[in-house]
Design a protein around this ligand. Structure first.
Ligand code: SF4
Ligand code: SF4
Length: 389
């Protein structure tokens, strides 16, 4: 099977250039009319992780959202734009990252994910999930991920962006259910992306995020726009573009181990500009966060501090308490008696309880959480030559 993936070069978010690039991107895939029929309700799902300015590269750039809205409208679709941010009220997050302005200017509906509906995934990893009503009631979903690193999963792109269909704190419960088992969590993400398969994913890789992603990494110019109707295939091309090894991208690794399609470039039919023209060797991955060569879970738990990376509070901490509120196993505490001390001394982490989900790092609005690798993990990375800096 040749799963189609389209690639275009795009160096900035100038409206006209975004419009032209989108046109060229979708042309070989059949154009927007192939995916959206007149009168259909279309849910556009950007990455709305946190209320940061577009140039921070935390969220999908508003100009990409605008031009996709206009395209869908031109095909006769009724557009809603929605997501469930990791932290903060959806309206306020969408305002700060420029997407609410675009929604208002184009006259479409803002559809924050607030109401959850239980669904069952037959034979799924998580038998019962609760997802946003908006996702269940729309005719089609268009997924607009941002290319970023992810401390827990290695990378966030087309598959991981759909985790936003799980509303608010229910995400925390799923993290808790998966515990330290990344394979289990990755499988749930894959199953979610299959149950709510977007008709089309268009990835904003004009400026991506490297390093300490997905919330506090560094923007990096990548100059690309990618599209496919197959999220795993799109992630295969995106991760190849930035040189991330499959073994370090959990959704890709588990997709291969479970026999899913689209993990190998040879299964894909690439359109548009050559992949080689977009590939870069200067992309900095997230720090490797555990030794993943198949140790049994009980052994991993026993050696947890030595073989994993752990979150560490830095002096940038403002003691806002967001990390404490959102830590799935309640492994963090804010110590009120430390009010006059170093801010970082006021937040404590119980590393025995910590499941290494890195939600705290992802959500910290001040970029005050870094990761420190355990001694065996550092040694393993040294021997294998894993790039983390
Ligand atoms: S680490 Fe970040 S989220 Fe946690 S209390 Fe400090 S500033 Fe707030
Ligand atoms: S301390 Fe951070 S990494 Fe550990 S469980 Fe809590 S949120 Fe997850």
């Amino acid at each position: 099977m040749n799963l189609p993936v389209s690639l275009q070069s795009l160096q900035d978010y100038d409206p006209e250039r975004v419009q032209n690039a989108l046109h060229l991107l979708l042309e070989p895939l059949g154009g927007i009319g192939h995916y959206v029929k007149p009168g259909q309700n279309v849910l556009i799902k950007p990455n709305l992780l946190a209320g940061k300015a577009p140039e921070k590269a935390v969220t999908t750039h508003p100009e990409i959202v605008r031009q996709v809205i206009l395209l869908v409208q031109s095909a006769g679709g009724n557009v809603s734009v929605g997501d469930s941010p990791g932290l903060g009220k959806p309206e306020s997050v969408a305002r700060k990252c420029g997407i609410l302005d675009v929604v208002e200017e184009t006259g479409v509906r803002f559809a924050p994910f607030e109401e959850s509906v239980p669904i069952s995934l037959e034979a799924g990893t998580f038998h019962h999930l609760e997802v946003a009503r908006e996702a269940l009631e729309t005719d089609v979903i268009i997924n607009l991920p941002k290319l970023k690193t992810h401390q827990m999963m290695g990378y966030t792109g087309a598959v991981k962006n759909l985790f936003g269909l799980v509303v608010g704190m229910r995400k925390v419960r799923l993290h808790l259910q998966a515990g330290t088992d990344k394979a289990f969590f990755a499988l749930m993400l894959l199953e979610l992306s299959e149950r709510f398969k977007p008709v089309l994913s268009i990835m904003d890789a004009v400026v991506g995020m490297e390093g300490n992603g997905p919330g506090n990494g560094d923007p990096i110019q990548l100059g690309a726009l990618l599209a496919s109707s197959h999220p795993v295939a799109l992630d295969t091309v995106a991760t190849s573009m930035v040189g991330l090894a499959e073994k370090n991208v959990w959704t890709q690794k588990i997709a291969r181990e479970t026999g899913r399609q689209g993990v190998s470039l040879k299964e894909l039919k690439l359109h548009g500009v050559p992949l080689a023209s977009l590939q870069t060797s200067r992309f900095r991955p997230a720090k490797n966060s555990d030794i993943n060569f198949g140790l049994p879970i009980p052994v991993k738990n026993l050696l947890k501090n030595a073989i994993t990376a752990q979150p560490e509070i830095t002096r940038a901490c403002q003691r806002c308490g967001h990390c404490v509120t959102h830590c799935p196993p309640e492994a963090m505490t804010l110590d009120p008696t430390k009010a006059g001390a170093l801010a970082s001394q006021g937040v404590r982490i119980d590393y025995g309880r910590c499941i290494r989900c890195f939600c705290c790092q992802e959500l910290c609005p001040h970029g005050a959480i870094t990761t420190r690798q355990g001694i065996l993990l550092r040694l393993s990375d040294f021997i294998s030559g894993h790039k983390s800096k």
